[in-house]
Design a binder for this molecule. Structure first.
Ligand SMILES: Nc1ncnc2c1ncn2[C@@H]1O[C@H](COP(=O)(O)OP(=O)(O)O)[C@@H](O)[C@H]1O
Ligand SMILES: [Mg+2]
Length: 371
């Protein structure tokens, strides 16, 4: 889809000058192919600054007939939060699994802090933490025991593991629940513990796969605060989400992914501007007077107001003052308002705008040709 924002394309030469054909080396996963050992970046190569935390180039992945990724280019700058935004089945988890070395790409390449996820998988694993939608903590241990165990798995030793566990429980506001079995935790507490577990080894790059899906709004906000605090300490975060508001709140940059392709990339502001900004939503006491309301409001709209599901929807360029303005105009026209609010664009709006189709359910035909 040409003409869309693709603001951080990385078509230039790779910092390592690696233009040789890709060779895979296998770590016991999937089909064997080449066994040529990967080249190590030499010590003289500086991987500071210029090297992005995450970079993918034309990443492809099929599951049988399903084309999960169809050439995904991403670039995540060190120290930023990057949002991979897309509906169910878009390919988000597939991308995260490749980036965390759990899955091999079919084509293309990916690097994390300069290390190739296939050839340097062990090094990549030293750089990353992963937390996801399905909290991976052990229900039959306490919060403290879970974190201590992870520390021991990373060979931190007993004393350091315990100290790190206490520190993380405190920063995720779980100290009071430290000695309770995780099975008594709420969903939000589990996710925070899961996030804490991913941080035991202080990874510079953190992958969060739909970290707040299914959480209530308070838990989401708590988790958002925790993620923001991490980034303020220098961690790079790539998170996937189905929610524009989450990407909006957290991400410095967002890539919108649909059916295995990045269809837009930019800051949340740029994406929202692209879908037409905010919308005034008004329900009238007398539903019959919709057309009159549209006529009364057309002069404050940035695009033509329309009627939908009993609501008058008015695209507006500027949020400030619009509610008061609309109330005044409707009042002048003698039209009574039952409900009025301003809505920001949803993921559905983004999708509709970018693709001309709504975000589709998972069952939808997967082999749509590249747009
Ligand atoms: N193990 C698998 N086998 C077959 N198809 C899969 C598998 N995992 C994912 N898919 C399919 O690949 C596509 C992308 O899935 P996924 O990466 O999980 O998307 P998302 O995380 O964005 O919901 C979907 O069509 C999904 O049904
Ligand atoms: Mg997923």
């Amino acid at each position: 889809m040409p003409g869309l924002m693709n603001l951080s394309r990385t078509d230039g030469p790779h910092p390592f000058g690696d233009t040789a054909p890709r060779h895979r080396n296998h770590i016991g996963r999937e089909r064997p192919e080449s066994t040529r050992p990967g080249r190590e970046p030499t010590a003289s190569v500086k991987r500071v600054q210029a090297v992005p935390a995450v970079e993918t180039t034309r990443l492809h992945k099929n599951y049988g007939d399903v084309q999960a990724l169809r050439g995904v280019d991403l670039r995540v700058e060190t120290g930023s939060i990057f949002g991979l935004l897309g509906p169910n089945g878009a390919g988000k988890t597939t991308a995260v699994r490749i980036l965390t070395t759990l899955l091999l790409p079919d084509e293309g390449s990916a690097r994390v802090t300069g290390f190739d996820v296939v050839r340097d998988a062990a090094k990549v694993r030293e750089q990353i933490g992963l937390a996801g939608q399905y909290a991976a903590v052990d229900e039959n241990l306490t919060g403290f025991e879970n974190l201590e165990m992870v520390g021991r798995l990373y060979h931190l030793g007993r004393g350091r593991s315990r100290a790190r566990a206490r520190e993380l429980l405190s920063s995720f506001d779980l100290s009071d629940a430290a000695d309770r079995l995780v099975r008594t935790y709420s969903g939000g507490m589990r996710r925070r513990l899961d996030l804490a577990a991913a941080l035991v080894a202080r990874p510079p790059v953190l992958f969060l796969d739909e970290p707040t899906t299914g959480l209530d709004i308070r838990s989401r906000i708590e988790l958002w605060d925790a993620i923001e605090a991490l980034v303020s300490e220098g961690t790079t975060v790539l998170l996937t989400t189905q929610y524009l508001d989450e990407a909006d709140r957290l991400a410095d940059r967002v890539a919108v992914i649909d059916q295995g392709l990045v269809i837009a990339e930019g800051t949340p502001e740029e994406l929202k501007t692209q879908v037409g900004g905010e919308r005034l939503e008004i329900r009238l006491c007398d539903g019959q007077r919709g057309e009159e309301a549209v006529a009364a409001l057309v002069s404050i709209a940035s695009d033509r107001p329309f009627l939908e599901d009993g609501w008058v929807r008015v695209p507006v360029a500027e949020r400030r003052g619009t509610i008061a303005d609309a109330v005044r105009r409707l009042d002048d026209a003698g039209i009574a308002i039952d409900d009025i609010s301003v809505s920001t664009p949803t993921l559905d709006d983004v999708f509709l705008n970018l693709t001309g189709h709504a975000a589709e359910p998972e069952t939808e035909e997967a082999e749509v040709q590249p747009r």
